[in-house]
Design a protein around this ligand. Structure first.
Ligand code: SAH
Ligand code: SF4
Ligand code: F3S
Length: 434
């Protein structure tokens, strides 16, 4: 028996009209942004077209994030809403939430055609064909290999060098959702970067959960060697990377910062806490002293390097005193930017077994204090650039980023422009240049 013929007919009409039009929405970290770009390239290779309007789409893909409860719930409510707005579309839930909840999601969302784990992004073509053809209950939750797809790039583009994570910080779901660390071959990475450069990309941002543990299993390149080789690609003017784990930041990488002029002077180095007992329970494998020493070494070698970090407020057992140590470290570190997150217990992780004893008002208070300090430092750091020169790359007309990853605004600058600009003032968090 045909269950809902009018919905099927509406979908077929849309397919003819819109030539397999797809709407993709991305949640979560840069890794998901990069995965969505890869999925887009694969789908456009197969004749799919993209729309920014979900009501026009024959296929809707949500690339999801489960890092915190709040992120997951927001994604679910958006998915439910999309299903109401466009009930005749096919739906794929890709990414970390698909991996986390798997086939249980078909019950909660009966219109869902497929669930697809992050490791399966290279199968998106087949999955999409099936779902757009009316397939339901499709599962692609394990396996998959990170492949290669030629991409046309913008001025700045992500290139994935490593997937998964072996660190098992006690609060974090990522190792369970993205599986163990795997490294792409230096050959594939450089080929992708070359393709991007040929299509006009000027900056590449290498991505992985822990880029410093990168190694090419055949050719033996470590991360600094990969950076060196990438900087030899013609047309690539600047290289960034994230994320680094403090325990793996090698002296060799610091040396590379000194000798490689194409490396941007910015490092995102999440610290998570300034209390050694909290760091221990987080399984971070360094102390606050170790961390500050690394920053010292970095600043000695690269005086104008901008340093940013993540911190978590309200980890189990964290006292007011612990959190003031975190604020103390943030001030000492004199960060250029800090992302502050409220602790969110995630089932399956080690800290889920600990008592989530910091009450919501205390978590909120710590979050607010962390954000206020982050803002104070960020503004101070930016104001210090007034009257100085910075190296800026403009990704769009008028708007670009300095080597330190500050947003730079220069009226009349054209997308792709690269060079030194003089900073005349600060507006919000933007450097205003001439
Ligand atoms: N691999 C990267 C990114 C991890 S996720 C890294 O190691 O930094 C990004 C940030 O989310 C983390 O740095 C951490 O600050 C935060 N985070 C992860 N799990 C969390 C949780 N359960 N509750 C609150 N914040 C969390
Ligand atoms: Fe999560 Fe830690 Fe891995 Fe980062 S290093 S993804 S915080 S387990
Ligand atoms: Fe979220 Fe997965 Fe990234 S859980 S933060 S999208 S690795």
């Amino acid at each position: 028996m045909i269950k809902n013929p009018s919905a099927d007919i509406a979908r077929i009409k849309r397919m003819i009209k819109d030539k397999k039009s797809v709407y993709i929405r991305t949640f979560g970290c840069q890794m998901n942004v990069a995965d969505s770009l890869v999925m887009k390239s694969i789908l456009s290779d197969r004749g799919f077209e993209f729309t920014g309007n979900l009501e026009d789409a024959a296929l809707i893909i949500f690339n999801s994030c489960s890092i915190r409860d709040h992120a997951e719930n927001r994604m679910f409510s958006n998915l439910g809403l999309a299903m109401k707005k466009n009930p005749s579309a096919g739906f794929i839930l890709a990414g970390c939430t698909a991996k986390r909840h798997g086939s249980k999601l078909f019950k909660r969302f009966p219109r869902l055609g497929a669930v697809s784990a992050p490791s399966e992004i290279f199968s998106i073509g087949e999955i999409a064909e099936k779902v757009i053809g009316g397939g339901m209950g499709i599962e692609a939750l394990a396996g998959g290999v990170y492949g290669f797809v030629p991409r046309v790039g913008d001025i700045s583009e992500y290139v994935v060098i490593q997937t998964g994570c072996d660190n098992y910080c006690s609060y974090c779901v990522v190792p369970f959702l993205r599986e163990g660390e795997k490294y792409r071959s230096a050959g594939d990475i450089l080929r992708e970067a070359e393709c991007l450069a040929a299509s006009g990309t000027k900056e590449i941002v290498f991505l992985g959960q822990n880029v410093n543990s990168y190694r090419d299993e055949n050719e033996g390149d470590d991360f600094p060697a990969l950076l060196r080789r990438a900087s030899e690609i013609e047309g690539i003017l600047r290289i960034r990377f994230l994320t680094s784990h403090p325990k793996d930041l090698s002296p060799k990488l610091i040396e590379e910062f000194k000798r490689n002029p194409k490396l941007a002077h910015h490092l995102h180095l999440p610290v998570q806490s300034g209390s050694d007992s909290v760091l221990k329970r987080m399984n971070r494998k360094y102390t606050s002293g170790d961390y500050l020493k690394i920053l010292e070494r970095l600043r000695e070698s690269v005086p104008d390097i901008a340093l940013t970090a993540d911190i978590i407020a309200g980890f189990p057992g964290e006292t007011d005193k612990d959190f003031s140590k975190t604020l103390g470290l943030v001030r000492k570190a004199d960060f250029d930017g800090v992302f502050v997150f409220k602790y969110s217990p995630r089932e399956g992780t080690e800290s889920y077994k600990m008592n989530d004893d910091v009450k919501e008002p205390a978590k909120k208070e710590r979050l607010t204090a962390g954000l206020a300090l982050a803002k104070e430092l960020a503004l101070k750091k930016r104001k210090a650039y007034i009257g100085k020169k910075v190296e800026a790359l403009f990704e769009n007309d008028d708007v670009g980023h300095s080597s330190q990853n500050y947003l730079v605004f220069k009226k009349g600058a054209k997308a792709g422009e690269f060079g030194e600009v003089v900073i005349k003032g600060v507006s919000g968090f933007r450097l205003m240049a001439e």
